[in-house]
Design a protein around this ligand. Structure first.
Ligand SMILES: NC(=O)c1ccc[n+]([C@@H]2O[C@H](COP(=O)([O-])OP(=O)(O)OC[C@H]3O[C@@H](n4cnc5c(N)ncnc54)[C@H](O)[C@@H]3O)[C@@H](O)[C@H]2O)c1
Length: 340
């Protein structure tokens, strides 16, 4: 089987590339990534020389580039992680989110229609459901919860989901969608909450927490998300949406305090800053469908996952230091620039 993984130089995509190469060594894995600020080719260095792995630098919005890759490789499966993914950036500049997250998805699905495909899988987010009130802990998002987005990011992801379902109904494209809660783990870009707090705390820098910090997120260890997508590819029903989450709700402020404690840093580093515009209060996923239909359950408890994650950042300063300095963006140029 040949699988194209878009956005495989980013956080979850790279973890999924490693997962697939480890769990399905007979498959050929092609990573297509534009290497935006969030894509880091050095992440993929451990697999770069493998015979069954190929990296292609391209934009999912570039129809010619996507079609020629499909013509050359004839993929059996496409898993689309490629996206602009940071809510704060979407508030500053929504246009690029519409371009990549919606138009890029359409280009990939057009290529699937043109060249044929066994499965197109769209990696989506629980943010398409909007938020839940803090005083109703009995409420969870199910797959039938109405789409009700808050930010340009979540609106672009929801638009893509609707388009994916429309391509299934209109053209019979064999699609599946997963909507996952917040991920954490290795290779998480340092501007996101958990790595930002770990790295700032290590440097005794202020830990900026939006508003009162009481916003609740449902956290899932990234490898559990990768296993869920793998299972959906193998056993998921075409045309279906699967929610993925671990019933692991945490207040942002509690996560930051936990990181301070683990690193032996004082909570006085915590610094409340003006809240994000339209900040969602609570996300909580009901993962009953994927559990009952596909037998998926998260394997990593938050207490263990956060310890592993903190340790990973302590051990991999060589990965995050070049990102913080901006140096990593020259990596591709250095490795491949002269090879055209
Ligand atoms: N991070 C989370 O907690 C989370 C939770 C649920 C769903 N998701 C979804 O999972 C996917 C991956 O998220 P992430 O956190 O790994 O994101 P990320 O920002 O770390 O990585 C995105 C990757 O996509 C690439 N990319 C961006 N635009 C591209 C384009 N036009 N063409 C080709 N490649 C492009 C980037 O270079 C980068 O490698 C996204 O679709 C996101 O919406 C993320």
């Amino acid at each position: 089987m040949t699988i194209i993984i878009t956005g495989g130089a980013g956080f979850i995509g790279s973890n999924f590339v490693f997962h697939m190469l480890r769990e399905h060594p007979q498959d050929r894995v092609i990573c297509l990534d534009k290497l935006t600020y969030a894509g880091n080719l050095s992440t993929l260095a451990p697999v770069m020389g493998q015979d069954n792995f190929r990296f292609v630098k391209a934009d999912i919005c570039d129809r010619d580039a996507v079609y020629s890759l499909f013509a050359e490789e004839h993929p059996d499966v496409v898993v689309n992680f490629a996206a602009e993914s940071h809510v704060d950036r979407s508030i500053e500049n929504p246009a690029i989110f519409l371009e990549t997250n919606i138009m890029g998805t359409a280009v990939l699905m057009d290529a699937c229609r043109k060249y044929g495909i066994q499965r197109y899988h769209q990696v989506s987010t629980d943010e398409v459901y909007g938020d839940l009130p803090l005083d109703r802990p009995d409420l969870f998002f199910t797959e039938t919860t109405p789409i009700h987005t808050s930010s340009p990011y979540s609106s672009s992801k929801a638009s893509a989901d609707l388009l994916v379902l429309a391509y299934h109904r209109t053209y019979g494209l064999p699609v599946t969608i997963s909507r996952c809660s917040n991920n954490y783990g290795p290779y998480h870009f340092p501007e996101k909450l958990i790595p930002l707090m770990i790295i700032n705390a290590l440097h005794d820098k202020p830990l900026p927490v939006y508003g009162d910090g009481l916003n609740v997120r449902d956290w899932l260890y990234v490898e559990d998300h990768c296993r869920a997508i793998d299972l959906i590819l193998q056993k998921g029903r075409v045309g279906e949406v699967y929610n993925v989450g671990g019933h692991n709700e945490m207040k942002n402020i509690d996560i930051v305090k936990l990181i301070c404690k683990a690193l032996g840093k004082p909570e006085s580093l915590i610094h409340h800053v003006t809240d994000r515009k339209g900040h969602d209060r609570r996300y909580a996923i009901d993962p009953t469908k994927i559990h009952e239909e596909l037998g998926w359950l998260p394997e990593t408890k938050f207490a263990d996952g956060i310890k592993k994650t903190i340790q990973w950042y302590l051990d991999h300063e060589d990965w995050w230091q070049p990102i913080i300095s901006g140096e990593y963006q020259q990596y591709y140029q250095k490795m491949y620039g002269s090879r055209g």
